[in-house]
Ligand binder design. Structure first.
Ligand code: GLU
Length: 480
């Protein structure tokens, strides 16, 4: 294959959606696998709905996921500009070219007239197909419309035929183009429609493969006809199945987070999220789902992507994220957790101890933001006890005795040595026999953390250090 040029062309009318991110990922993988180029183009022709903040969100989200573009905004290539709003001249020129060679024409029909036609179609329960009223209007009529102040749109004259293309994922796809009305390519305000701009840009940027969501498949015949009318080589098309919610409907905001930035903010690791997204519609041939992006690139085949919808399974995402949290280097995870610990006084602990805290907590969290609550007992000295904790851990005649004896034990512990603590705490539990371990562990844990479960108890003792441990136990004993 000659070096492919693929693109992702999001519209900045919302934050980067996981569906677009997954399409970006497949494009990126395809480009890397085939030593091609991955291009980012911003489709901001809808000036009213496009916003700078969304555009920024698209850049930030793609960068966060590690999907850096070879050409696009901020990364110059010779095919720029990479924002449609900066390419407006091009579209008018090309539209004129189509008018001059008979492939397009001005349409002066007003919105009201078109609405009436649509209403008639609705009543007849048929699809609206533009009646070509303006295809051959007289000069006189045209002048009359102009005098009335009507601003024309430009419509493409759709050639009627059976159109077949070979989709790289769906194989042969057929369309009867006589069912496609002459569609507008330039609006009356002289801005291009999506179908026109996308073709002009894909031609202008030498795009070889258009890999995008299945929701665009009905646009493809229109676009192919435009390529043909412009005498340009039609790129390969690959339409990827949609991402569905667990109820099999299209994934949308009512199902929860849909923007990549929301997931990143919650503490999904970009590596885990990329791994998860790659599995939405693609399965590794070796059946081993946990893979780095580099490994995925090696094994990926475009034609192995499923054309069926892929369910966005949040539990699976959580599972994958948890695996990454536990397996990435501790130092790295500790650094990433700091963002979620910013309300705590981190200087309370040495770097080494902070790593110990994270190494304990990462066994129990699925997203990084959970570390805030999980770490609370190490940073908040005012321990409170819920009724549940009081009932299950701090009730019974043994409690006071256990805590007092534990306080004595603290005198013998080397608080700089976690192994010593573990060893002596074990002996302590034995020495308290016949009292069951649970009746020793529970009061100590509850008094030190206010919780019934959590990190390994001897680790907690080590992390808190002597002063904290002694003061927390004493504070509680004083209330008895
Ligand atoms: N702006 C379009 C979208 O975000 C691009 C579609 C395409 O790839 O052609 O859906």
């Amino acid at each position: 294959m000659t070096q492919p040029r693929v693109r992702i062309a999001p519209s900045p009318t919302g934050n980067l959606h996981v569906g677009t991110a997954r399409t970006a990922l497949f494009n990126y993988i395809f480009a890397k696998k085939n030593s091609g180029k991955f291009i980012l183009r911003i489709e901001d022709t809808d000036l009213e709905r496009s916003q700078n903040s969304y555009e920024q969100n698209i850049y930030d989200s793609l960068k966060a996921l590690g999907l850096s573009w070879d050409e696009g905004p901020g990364v110059d290539g010779k095919y720029g500009p990479y924002k449609q709003s900066e390419r407006f001249d091009l579209y008018s020129k090309k539209a004129e070219e189509l008018i001059n060679n008979g492939h397009a024409y001005y349409c002066y029909c007003s919105q009201e007239e078109l609405e009436q036609e649509k209403e008639i179609a609705r009543q007849q329960k048929s699809d609206f197909i533009y009646n070509r009223k303006c295809l051959e209007i007289s000069e006189e009529k045209k002048q009359q419309y102009i005098n009335e102040g009507r601003k024309p749109t430009i419509r493409f004259k759709v050639p009627h035929k059976e159109l077949t293309f070979n989709d790289l994922i769906r194989n042969e796809v057929k369309f009867d183009t006589s069912l496609t009305g002459d569609f507008v390519i330039m609006k009356s305000d002289n801005t291009p429609t999506y179908n026109f701009a996308v073709v002009i840009d894909d031609i202008g940027m030498d795009i070889t493969h258009v890999i995008r969501g299945e929701d665009h498949i009905s646009n493809t015949p229109k676009q192919i006809l435009l390529y043909e009318a412009l005498n340009c080589k039609v790129p390969e098309f690959a339409h990827v199945g949609m991402i569905l919610a667990t109820d099999k409907s299209k994934l949308s905001k009512r199902h929860g987070a849909t923007a990549v930035s929301e997931f990143v903010e919650q503490g999904y690791l970009p590596e885990a999220f990329v791994n998860f997204m790659a599995l939405l519609g693609w399965s590794p041939p070796d059946g081993e789902e946990i893979k780095s992006l580099d490994e995925i690139i090696k094994l990926f085949e475009l034609d192995k992507i499923s054309h069926a919808g892929a369910v966005f399974d949040k539990e699976k995402l959580n599972w994958i994220n948890g695996l990454y949290i536990r397996s990435l280097p501790l130092e790295d995870i500790t650094e990433r957790c700091k963002k979620y610990l910013k309300n705590y006084d981190l200087s309370k602990y040495s770097d080494e101890k902070l790593k110990t805290i994270i190494s304990e907590l990462r066994e129990r969290i699925t997203i990084l933001s959970e570390v805030t609550e999980a770490a609370a007992c190490f940073f908040n000295d005012a321990i409170t006890f819920s009724d549940e904790v009081k009932e299950n851990a701090l009730t019974g005649d043994h409690v006071k005795d256990v805590l007092k004896k534990f306080l004595e034990l603290t005198e013998q512990l080397d608080f700089n040595n976690s192994e010593d603590i573990e060893e002596k705490f074990k002996e302590f539990r034995k020495s308290m026999k016949p009292l069951k371990p649970k009746f020793i562990m529970m009061p100590v844990r509850a008094t030190l953390t206010g919780q019934l479960h959590g990190a390994d108890l001897s680790s907690i003792i080590y992390i808190l250090g002597k002063d904290n441990v002694v003061s927390r136990i004493n504070k509680y004993l004083n209330t008895l």
